[in-house]
Design a binder for this molecule. Sequence first.
Ligand code: 5GP
Ligand code: MG
Length: 476
Amino acid sequence: MHEKCGVVGLSLPDEDAARPLYYSLYALQHRGQESAGIVTHDGFQQHDHVGMGLVGDAFDERSLSGLRGSNGIGHVRYPTAGGVNECCAQPFSVSFKSGSLGLSHNGNLVNADAVREELAGLGHAFTSNGDTEVIAHDLARNLLEADLVRAVKATMERLHGSYSLTIMHDETVMGLRDPQGNRPLCLGRVDGGYVIASESTAIDVLGGERIRDVRPGELVVLAPDGSGYDSYQLIDTGETAHCFFEHVYFARPDSVIDDRLVYDVRRSLGRRLWEESGVETDVVLPVPDSGRAFASGYAEAATDDGADTEFAEGLMKNRYVGRTFIMPTQDEREQAVRLKLNPIKSTIEGRSVTLIDDSIVRGTTSTQLVSLLDEAGADEIHLRIGSPPIVAPCYFGVDMASREELIAADRSPEQIEADIGADSLAYLSIDALTGALDRDRDELCLGCVTGAYPYDVEGEERDRDVSRPAVSAADD
Ligand code: 5GP
Ligand code: MG
């Protein structure tokens, strides 16, 4: 339901960038499994390869060795509800009068249609309905009239919505984060060069070192010879709308996002869940893998409080059941949970159990797991969720997520508890969430848990009063 996608950009002194980019994409694989791609530039021309499926399937020795050049960008794409979408695999690449352009995008614009219409009216021909192509065309147009930094700034002033981008103009690699910093983006140093990526795990895998987050509204331009980078704060609103769900679910626990280690945030959310709605049971069970850090924080806080409880793995995950598993009927969807997760009966039988997951979306997982634990002989089953109820869609954003699919859109936690068949159900409060993230409400995007959004979305409420990003002078 939420837009993930992973982006990366890399500049090295002389070694080909393709192979390290390929490793980085592996480190971002959790952000997208539908397609993977790399675009490089060798100083004379651009090379690209995009393939469907996992990173390991999308590339082979031949496609990698064809990607010459020490500068490049990469992308992994998250599957949309519409299914496999070959047209929209990224990076998007295009050649035009003032050079070649490659773009990797994570996020979703809310005014892409308006900008596309305007550009189409000016004679631009579009090959997809994706918003990344809109950004590419707008930037290409601005580059005819301005230098790189001014062109990016002019494009940024037209875009409204969420975007973390890695961009390549000829052999220059850049990173750009939207003025509210909705999606993560960070900067790191690797041996001889610099890297920009959605998550710091993509820097770790190269043996590099994370320097810092790319700031909301900032453009980072890497020197093509890998010798350094320049920073331009193109827009500075002083406002942020970081997606809290990155910390709850999307990002890898070993990533550092907006200066916080995701694993620590999740453990602290688990501790707060105990403080708000703890119930003493014989055993605390994580839903693997997403509930693990929450459950360990929860169990630790429980034990600190003197509760006599054990943290145990009672559900084993079959790691070979991927997204490609086809489930046309509800029966098969229910079968899928059994295929993915198998209870360890001896941990569960005759005991009271607290089951911990990060979130409930449709409610399929929790409903199935409660009945699995029940069959395995649990005495009592208490469900604790490390995020507030998801009551509204994310528009930044696989567009298919709708309120009808969300179990909490029109039901109270009490009704959901009854639907799911748990002895008790509690979610984390929004205050506990902002507390653990050490952020005020208006520094975060809480759209999916409040139904009010930091960006203009047709037919939806706005949660703050920033009409448009404040524009700073072009030459500062
Ligand atoms: P449900 O079964 O309620 O629809 O989904 C809840 C489960 O899906 C949780 O275990 C959670 O970790 C995971 N989840 C949360 N958000 C997303 C998402 O955007 N995409 C996918 N694939 N899974 C999600
Ligand atoms: Mg999960």
